[in-house]
Design a protein around this ligand. Sequence first.
Ligand code: BTN
Length: 340
Amino acid sequence: MPESIADEKHLEILRLLKRANGRYVSGQTISKGVKVSRAAIWKHVSALRKYGYKIESKEGSGYKLIKSTDQLLPWEIKPSLKTHFVGKNIHHYHVIDSTQDLAIKLAENNAPEGTVVVAEKQKRGRARIGRRWAAPEGGIWLSIVLKPKIPTAESTILPLVASLAVGNAIRKECRLDAKLKWPNDVTINGKKACGILVEMSCEADKVNYVVIGIGVNANVNVKKLETIIKNTEGYYGATSLMKELGAKVDRLNLTRRILAELEEKYVDLEEEGSEIIINAWKERSATLGTTVTVALNEMCFVGRAIDIDYDGALLVKLPDGNIKRIVAGDVYVRTVKSKT
Ligand code: BTN
């Protein structure tokens, strides 16, 4: 499916219908206001319906907007988006293989910082460690291009920046007790509600670009998700915001909030350094203080998660008292449930 591009006539008709506040707008008014023929209105209205707008038409009365869309369309997100650069460019697709792959392509072609790719569903969503990410309709699947002015060695903090931002957005928008599981999951009641994938292109001393992929199980059916992912190694249970709330979330508001929180935390990192991020992350941590299993390639060990290092690494105390630094990468960390 092609990218959703704002057609000026569609948007003008939409503006007229929205302004009418649930009342009919006659074909004549639309035709005069938007300067299209009466016959062409029908074509534009059909296109708007494909974007999820519920529009009623009645002979002799005209057209009435019954319900706006909940699709994450650029022209719906942008007007009340409170950011300076994140989301100024948004590419929306109904279906895509992976928002991450397209965002990487755009970054390679010098897309401006803050460019966002978002889709209603992904056919080949990617997760960490080469795994598959189930991304049916109802979720928030997006990738953001950033160009941090930080040394490559410090980029390991970025997953924590992103998970902190998404956790904050969910807390504020949905009033749910979102916690952070190292390095980059957001959990609710111990189950995964969001996964984050950070990929980058860098040189020895400088980062060219970073693409932060965010997958939020917003209004997805958890049972459907489980059938796809329950046998994945490291799986510890999935949930959705809809399941936790018992009602659908407003995906447009939550998306705006995620973009705004991400920009805020990212600017904090660039201006003030990693300490402010780590302290805030620790306050919401679901990992610190728990006994964890760390699986790294063929190796696996158990220890107590005691702290986060200056660069985002997890510090794990082994049974012999030694402390091991775990850097996010090809590892998964699982809290060991106590038997009491
Ligand atoms: C993980 O938990 O391992 C990370 C999952 C990241 C999923 C998101 S959805 C949007 C973006 N596009 C992708 O293909 N993956 C990320």
